[in-house]
Design a protein around this ligand. Structure first.
Ligand SMILES: NC(=O)CC[C@H](N)C(=O)O
Length: 361
């Protein structure tokens, strides 16, 4: 069956319908990772978005039980040049297309993804629809609905749950958490309580956390004002580590500003300079918003990490409290694991804060 991808600017791509056959609208973005499609499709930060893979052949190693970043994917669509129908890998349990059908994710193959990516790079991210191809020669440009603003409430856990451990007590505020973050904390023996995004500072303090983590998540950070209030109330009291949306929320809570990028950063090889260590790391990224660098001046935040490609803000730390955050993904999944030292940094901050609190008694 033929299907069309129609962009807001009127560009139409026709290809083969794959995955779920329904009509779907979303924001179109591209990811440059050569592998990692399973993690990308199950990353809740893509809620509301359709992702174009720039690598031309997707699905080669199938779907396995280990690489999910959430149980129920919330991505709105997948666009590929070619989809592999017969995966070959010892871990593969399913084909990509069967997975897309089961999880009701619409997809299209046969698209010139290089051309599509060039359009997105030129015009910025756009609204788009995946819809059944019509016989008409003239493309019918759809009317687009208002962009979503409630993605975080769609993907955050509705109830708190615990991953028990004997180490530090961490409250992990779930804005659309990738499982990789939880894995990195449990690997370090933490006792993790995952809580909904709208938990108040009082509810969080009642759990007596040694540290608080703010996860990644979908959409505009300004759509979750309750989180900035919660962070403001906690920042002087408990060590905090934020990732991606969590980094944007920490920055907003400290008085910085965020902006929408033209086409964002999505891929597994984005170079980032750690200004403190004077070292460059290759990082995994997925974001369409960024903290405005000029807005940091009037805050108590210092710039710690910068994107090599476009000088955008990739990390900040608080000048007085043990709070820091990065725009990229130290949990990788998919991508290089070189930045996992930031989880160790968080553990050190917690240890030092505990020591200082004891000495102050
Ligand atoms: N991965 C994320 O947390 C993404 C953060 C935010 N939704 C953005 O696109 O910038």
């Amino acid at each position: 069956m033929k299907r069309q991808l129609i962009l807001e600017d009127g560009t139409v791509f026709t290809g083969e319908a794959l995955g779920d056959l329904g009509h779907k609208e979303g924001e179109i973005v591209f990811n440059t990772g050569m592998t990692g499609y399973q993690e990308i499709l199950s990353d809740p930060s893509y809620c509301g978005q359709m992702v174009t893979m720039t690598y031309p052949l997707i699905g080669n190693y199938g779907i396995n039980r280990d690489d999910f970043e959430s149980i129920d994917p919330s991505v709105f669509g997948l666009i590929v040049k070619e989809m592999c129908e017969q995966p070959s890998n010892f871990r593969s349990e399913d084909t990509l297309n069967d997975f897309l059908v089961q999880k009701k994710i619409p997809a299209i193959s046969g698209v010139d993804t290089r051309k599509l990516t060039k359009i997105i790079r030129k015009h910025g991210t756009m609204r788009a629809v995946l819809t059944e191809a019509t016989a008409s020669i003239e493309p019918v440009i759809p009317t687009f609905n208002q962009p979503l603003t409630d993605q975080v409430s769609r993907v955050s856990t509705k109830n708190p749950y615990v991953a028990p451990g004997r180490g530090h007590r961490i409250v992990l505020v779930d804005f659309g958490m990738k499982h990789g973050i939880l894995r990195d904390l449990t690997k370090r023996h933490c006792h993790v309580t995952v809580v909904p995004y709208n938990y108040t500072s009082e509810q969080i303090l009642a759990l007596k956390p040694d540290g608080i983590m703010l996860t990644n998540g979908p959409g505009d950070p300004k759509d979750v004002p309750e989180a900035t209030e919660m962070i403001q109330a906690l920042i002087s009291r408990v060590p905090i580590f934020g990732i991606c949306l969590g980094h944007q929320l920490l920055s907003l809570a400290c008085g910085a500003d965020t902006e929408k990028m033209s086409f964002g950063h999505r891929g597994s090889n984005h170079p980032v300079k750690d200004l403190t260590r004077s070292k460059t790391f290759i990082t995994s990224q997925n974001h369409g918003y960024a903290v405005r660098v000029a807005s940091l001046k009037a805050t108590d935040l210092s710039l710690t990490h910068v994107a090599i490609n476009d000088d955008s803000v990739e990390g900040v730390k608080h000048n007085h409290y043990p709070a820091f955050s990065v725009q990229y993904h130290p949990e990788s999944s998919p991508g290089p694991e070189d930045s996992s030292y930031l989880f160790d940094q968080f553990m050190t901050n917690i240890q030092q804060f505990k020591q200082q609190s004891k000495e102050a008694l």
